[in-house]
Design a protein around this ligand. Structure first.
Ligand code: ADP
Ligand code: MG
Length: 252
């Protein structure tokens, strides 16, 4: 794996919350076009690591480098403009707006941000953004419900809506925090199929996941966090066979 293929590099990151060491000396390299899973028991520091990558939490030590840019000073919306999108563990949607509006808003925000920052000559029209929003709602299986209010959706459907809100931004890197949490087996399988389709489009993804079925059907590489430290990193089969991992996680 040569350096130039590394899209996201987490270098020696540590983070404390008071006396609690949430992350200790974490190193992680994510190669372009791959799906990199981060697994580990509850409280291992997975969401904290993701929040460090998107600028919501500042590390006490270490750096995050995305596509050659060190993210130390960037604010979350600037990191988003660089091409990093994320799906949170708890969906962040606009409950009083329609599904269609929910998906169009991030596209407008991205367009207007890009326009301001880069003074683009041509920008997407509202009807192009609407077409794109409908495409992505179709992608996540919610197109027929596009005029419903987002607040009326089930928890699993809200997560799929949030995924469409990310996909419309055409991120270079998509970070997913337990994307199938709260979903039925049927919805989980649908989400796996969707994530496989996105993978075929070449988008790099970091996926935090508790569900082993999801991890082993999607991931190219797996890193295991336990008590804030990476205890294993490698191909899914290597990680699955690692006794330290079995002890820390699989036998939970
Ligand atoms: P995971 O996502 O792996 O379940 P988290 O990253 O959410 O774990 O949490 C790691 C540890 O840090 C946990 O012990 C959690 O209680 C603690 N923690 C997370 N966020 C905060 C915070 N903002 N303030 C204090 N403690 C926190
Ligand atoms: Mg978490």
């Amino acid at each position: 794996m040569s350096d130039k293929n590394i899209v996201l590099h987490v270098a020696d990151v540590s983070k404390r919350f008071g006396g609690l060491k949430a992350l200790t000396d974490v190193d992680l390299s994510v190669a372009e076009g791959t799906v990199h899973a981060i697994i580990g028991p509850n409280g291992a520091g997975k969401s904290t690591l993701l929040n460090v990558c998107i600028g919501r939490i500042r590390p006490d030590q270490g750096h995050v480098v995305f596509a050659g840019t060190t993210l130390d000073q960037q604010r979350p919306h600037e990191i988003n403009q660089l091409g990093v999108s994320r799906v949170f563990q708890t969906p962040e949607i606009f409950p009083d707006l329609s599904l269609l509006d929910n998906v169009m808003i991030p596209a407008f925000a991205k367009r207007d941000g890009a326009y301001r920052f880069h003074a683009l000559q041509s920008v997407e029209s509202e009807s192009e953004i609407r077409d794109s929003a409908e495409f992505h709602l179709g992608d996540v299986g919610l197109l027929e419900r596009r005029h419903q209010l987002a607040g009326s959706l089930s928890r699993g459907d809200k997560r799929r809506l949030e995924l469409a809100m990310c996909l419309i931004q055409k991120p270079k890197l998509l970070l997913l925090d337990e994307p199938t949490a709260g979903m039925s087996r049927h919805d989980t399988n649908m989400t796996i199929e969707l994530l496989k389709r996105i993978k075929a489009r070449g988008m790099t993804k970091v996926i935090i996941e508790h569900d082993m079925h999801v991890v082993f059907s999607l991931a190219d590489r797996v890193s295991v966090l336990a008590q804030g430290r990476i205890i294993a990193d490698g191909l899914p089969d290597e990680v699955r066979a690692n006794p330290k991992v079995k002890e820390a996680y699989l036998g939970e």
